[in-house]
Design a protein around this ligand. Structure first.
Ligand SMILES: Nc1ncnc2c1ncn2[C@@H]1O[C@H](COP(=O)(O)OP(=O)(O)OP(=O)(O)O)[C@@H](O)[C@H]1O
Ligand SMILES: Nc1ncnc2c1ncn2[C@@H]1O[C@H](COP(=O)(O)OP(=O)(O)OP(=O)(O)O)[C@@H](O)[C@H]1O
Ligand SMILES: [Mg+2]
Ligand SMILES: [Mg+2]
Lengths: 255, 255
């Protein structure tokens, strides 16, 4: 059965979507079957993989409300072994629709059940806020991955996030672990190195190397609708995400 | 009476907080009385201005729920003419507390009334999602400012945002205008220039110059708890935000 992992950080713009796309692509390249689920209404995962959202009929909203349709919510990508369930603006109204339901936190976990046998890894991209859909993602997950930009504001939200994860583990999903914290958009500046030092000191047991260096090729890849493994595998971004993904696979011990 | 302006973009990490702090600081330096209101539970505005949130008693939550305490929710900063109402984790529960109330969208507008005579400009920092507090900000505002990072993912959310603004204007606040769209984290790369070109083409009537160039001094300033006007006024970031703020003051014709 697939391991389900949410990539989450309440701070905006730290590289959650970029990480989901590029870790998933590298793990798929290694021959493992990967499914991305985008629960962010911005739906950037589809864009970053070159998929036209307006042509897609079933989305994450379909998956959450209709578990029997789960298999037909998956779309293939240009990457072998990599499928995606696409997020879009329809997710905005979903939260209000299920807010009063019994077991509202477990919709996604229930819908995922029929998909897990078909994959080795499920990666969930989340929005920069802890809404009911993010809680659904945490409730359905075995672990979380936390990308942290090596800047000051990004440090601030980390304590709030780890408290929220503990809360979800206590009240909804006892198996939820922290699979790793990794550094993103890291440049060799004094500030970035200072913050990296602080993170290594406080979170050393969770830190997964290497840091993802700031690299314009990663932003360019997204604008071309390709993961970095296809667009520029030999770039800094390509090499960093390949090494990170391989370290994660070893941690997950997926064989 | 003060002009109330919300800085908003549903995309995370595009420079909303950095812009609130640095525009406010420059406008205050010009002698105008400015109030920042932080409705983002991350509370990065206080950090970026060197204020220790744990020592603060009244916050934005206090302001929203107790209009009679409005005057004592303001805190001074190291910048003359610049005050702030501080956001923090207590805002997370606020949304649920007022969700079922009559006129729930107008709490902030009602609380601000007694403060407006004391200021020329009120800038509201918002979180990267359209929650009830963001709606409160839009309902209380005369205009919005939209920072846009010159990258592909940032383009995507823009259409959704302008639709939401139109919706708020139609159903809650007819006076809500778009005071400006400006470019942030702009580097002289092919990608950034391409996206800037697209933005100039589609939004030329709203675009306020100059673009804010990517400049590590802006991130460093925040880690020192100072606006760029104090930390490094002669840096690219200092000059860009000074020019942008002056162009905005001219647009707002605040005298
Ligand atoms: N290592 C990197 N080097 C350079 N640019 C990067 C890097 N990682 C991400 N980016 C770019 O930075 C921007 C923010 O990244 P991304 O959108 O992945 O963050 P996010 O956390 O998913 O944002 P949100 O909070 O809005 O969901 C994007 O334009 C992306 O292309
Ligand atoms: N022009 C710039 N050049 C370099 N770094 C910048 C610039 N503007 C902002 N930053 C840095 O980029 C990061 C994101 O900026 P900021 O936190 O202001 O964005 P935001 O839109 O408020 O994020 P959120 O969506 O989480 O509220 C911060 O670490 C900030 O210091
Ligand atoms: Mg994202
Ligand atoms: Mg912010």
């Amino acid at each position: 059965l697939a391991r389900v992992v949410s990539i989450i950080n309440l701070k905006g713009g730290v590289g959650k979507t970029t990480s989901v796309i590029n870790i998933a692509a590298r793990v798929a390249e290694l021959g493992l079957r990967v499914l991305i689920i985008d629960i962010d209404s911005q739906g950037n995962c589809a864009t970053g993989l070159g998929i036209d959202k307006s042509k897609v009929e079933n989305t994450t909203k379909t998956l959450v409300l209709n578990p029997e349709k789960a298999m037909s919510c998956r779309y293939s990508t240009d990457i072998e072994n990599l499928h995606i369930v696409i997020g879009d603006g329809r997710l905005i109204s979903l939260e209000q629709e299920i807010m009063a339901d019994l077991g509202r936190e477990n919709y996604l976990a229930d819908s995922l059940e029929s998909l897990l046998p078909h994959y080795d890894l499920v990666l969930i991209d989340t929005p920069p806020n802890l809404n009911l859909l993010s809680i659904n993602a945490l409730s359905a997950s075995d672990g979380v991955l936390i990308p942290v930009q090596t800047e000051y504001f990004a440090l601030e939200g980390l304590a709030m996030l780890t408290n929220s994860i503990k809360e979800v583990r206590k009240r909804i999903n006892p198996r939820l672990g922290v699979d790793g914290i990794f550094l993103t958009m890291h440049a060799p500046t004094i500030l970035n190195n200072q913050v990296a030092g602080l993170l290594r000191e406080h979170f050393w047991e969770h830190l997964v190397e290497p840091p993802i260096r700031r690299n314009i090729k990663l932003a360019e890849a997204s604008s071309h609708g390709q993961p970095i493994t296809v667009f520029a595998p030999k770039s800094n971004g390509g090499e960093d995400y390949a090494a990170l993904a391989e370290n994660l696979v070893a941690r997950w011990a997926i064989v």
